[in-house]
Design a binder for this molecule. Structure first.
Ligand code: BT5
Length: 248
């Protein structure tokens, strides 16, 4: 059954039992001028990942898109994906799951080998605006909360499967409190992210539009790009892409 997400501040709630994609609904609200609203749904029938991928969003999850209007340039937008990942990882860990952040947009439960990482949550950040200043930004947050692992794609897991069900109202409240704290203190995001990252120190392959980069993930920059040291000792920073953890 659907849950009433009657949250207190810091965000106004736009709740739906079922919606196509909370990010699409958030875009509509943003276009109408909304600010500090969180779109929540029990189920999404057309959940989206990055690059036109589908996102499975059956009932029982936390499907949340936050409409904010920070005064930033588009180059700093990836920082908000990191902030959302920190907020998710914190809330999930409080729910008793040993979760970490895989750059750029996954919260995972680690295994012995990188190939055994199970994806618990993902983030799809969308925005609109001028080149010098964005108009709105929507971090779309998907957390597999009270869902059977059988109802999720291979390689995915849920809070239910790892630690048992959560009170979604409390969970969302905690997640949004953390997100609110970091969007008000951008300098604190990267240090918090480093603490929760499972990517730093790993050998990675990052696929990006202009080719792949293989090397050791050594840091993230102040705008959220991953710094990779390739085998010839050169450092490259990658702002977006799919990141695969390789065996050492
Ligand atoms: C993501 O994309 O991980 C971003 C997911 C964002 C979902 C939220 S839910 C609220 C808001 N509204 C939306 O419509 N979207 C956002 P990406 O890194 O491209 O990963 C997508 C891949 O994850 C898929 O190709 C599948 O392999 C896998 N996948 C799909 N559904 C999943 C799920 N529920 N749990 C774990 N993995 C999943």
């Amino acid at each position: 059954p659907a849950v009433e997400f009657g949250l207190e501040a810091p965000f106004e709630v736009d709740y739906h039992d079922s919606v196509g994609s909370t990010n699409d609904r958030a875009r509509e609200l943003a276009t109408e001028g909304a600010e500090d609203v969180v779109v929540l749904a029990d189920e999404q029938t057309g959940g989206r990942g990055r690059l036109e991928r589908a996102w499975a969003a059956p009932p029982g999850g936390v499907w949340a898109s936050v409409v904010i209007r920070p005064s930033i340039t588009p180059a700093r937008a990836p920082l908000y994906t990191l902030a959302a990942a920190v907020a998710i990882a914190r809330a999930v860990r409080e729910a008793g799951v040993d979760a970490g952040i895989k750059w750029p947009n996954d919260v995972i439960v680690p295994g012995d080998e990188p190939s055994e990482y199970r994806k618990l949550a993902g983030i799809l950040t969308e925005m609109e605006g001028e080149t010098d200043r964005i108009s709105w930004l929507v971090p779309g947050i998907g957390v597999n909360a009270n869902i059977d692992a059988d109802d999720l794609p291979d390689g995915a897991t849920s809070i239910r499967a790892e630690a048992g069900d959560v009170d979604r109202r409390r969970f969302v409240q905690r997640l949004l409190e953390e997100f609110d704290r970091y969007r008000n203190d951008l300098e604190a995001i990267v240090p918090a992210w480093r603490e929760l990252s499972v990517t730093l120190g790993q050998r990675v392959r990052v696929d990006r539009p202009d080719g792949e980069v293989v090397g050791e993930a050594v840091d993230v920059t102040e705008s959220g790009a991953l710094v990779v040291e390739t085998d010839d000792g050169e450092r490259t920073s990658v702002t977006a892409g799919d990141c695969e953890h390789l065996r050492p």
